[in-house]
Design a protein around this ligand. Structure first.
Ligand SMILES: C[S@@+](CC[C@H](N)C(=O)[O-])C[C@H]1O[C@@H](n2cnc3c(N)ncnc32)[C@H](O)[C@@H]1O
Length: 221
């Protein structure tokens, strides 16, 4: 087995990627665990996490550092947030999820991870949780909703600093099933630009996720 370090707490394991498990012995979504030197690695499944798919497809901008503060919109049961929690061991991941059912599962994950902070709220209403969240280094959004770009921009306005990096996962079919995905991607990129953001990288997520794109953005000045 070939194992190489590719980033802070991120490893390549043959053709897969993995993070260093912050909670050794504990799985989040039945992912494989393996011992490596003095650590335990958790395989990071690109079919379950769009961030893993983006990395495997060559993501160049990787803004997650050991001490990063992250606002995560659409935390669901915590699959991707748990890997970010493995990476940002000294940071904080403010994790917004509006489904009480998903939040119940998320709480099982966050109970064991001090850097994962659950917020049961609607990401279309960022002023609701403004008192709980500081300005962050990274805003990550994966909500699969028709208004996904607008809610990302609204959160960016409230919680960004000069150098905040935004990662927006767009699911074309959540916006319009009748339009061609490429036309939707063009339209949403224009919406980001009109909202004051510059797309610095874009990655289509097939074959892991059909008709999805990751937009990596920063403020345009
Ligand atoms: C595609 S799943 C997210 C998967 C997760 N990001 C991961 O990779 O582990 C989308 C999630 O966004 C949540 N969601 C959708 N709209 C939302 C909103 N307005 N506010 C908060 N959460 C929302 C859904 O309940 C769902 O759990």
């Amino acid at each position: 087995m070939q194992i190489n370090k590719i980033g802070e707490n991120v490893y390549q394991v043959d053709n897969n990627i993995a993070t260093v498990n912050l909670t050794p012995g504990v799985q989040v979504y039945q992912e494989k665990l393996l011992e490596y030197e003095d650590k335990e690695l958790r395989l990071w499944n690109p079919r379950r996490s769009k961030l893993a798919a983006s990395i495997i497809k060559g993501l160049h901008t990787f803004p997650f550092k050991k001490d990063s503060k992250v606002l995560y919109l659409g935390a669901s049961a915590g699959t991707t947030p748990s890997h970010i929690s493995d990476i940002c061991t000294e940071g904080r991941i403010y994790s917004v999820e509006f489904s009480p059912t998903m939040m119940r599962d998320f709480l099982d994950v966050s109970a064991l991870r001090e850097n994962l902070l659950p917020i049961l709220d609607d990401a279309t209403r960022p002023t609701n949780y403004q008192h709980l969240v500081e300005k962050v280094d990274v805003i990550y959004s994966d909500v699969a909703q028709a208004t996904q770009t607008k809610l990302f921009l609204d959160n960016f306005k409230l919680f960004s600093k000069e150098d905040t990096v935004g990662i927006l996962m767009i699911k074309a079919r959540s916006i319009d099933v009748t339009m061609k995905p490429n036309d939707i991607f063009r339209q949403e990129k224009k919406n980001l630009k009109e909202g004051g953001l510059k797309v610095i990288e874009e990655i289509k997520l097939d074959p892991y996720e059909k008709d999805h794109i990751a937009f990596i953005c920063e403020k345009s000045f």
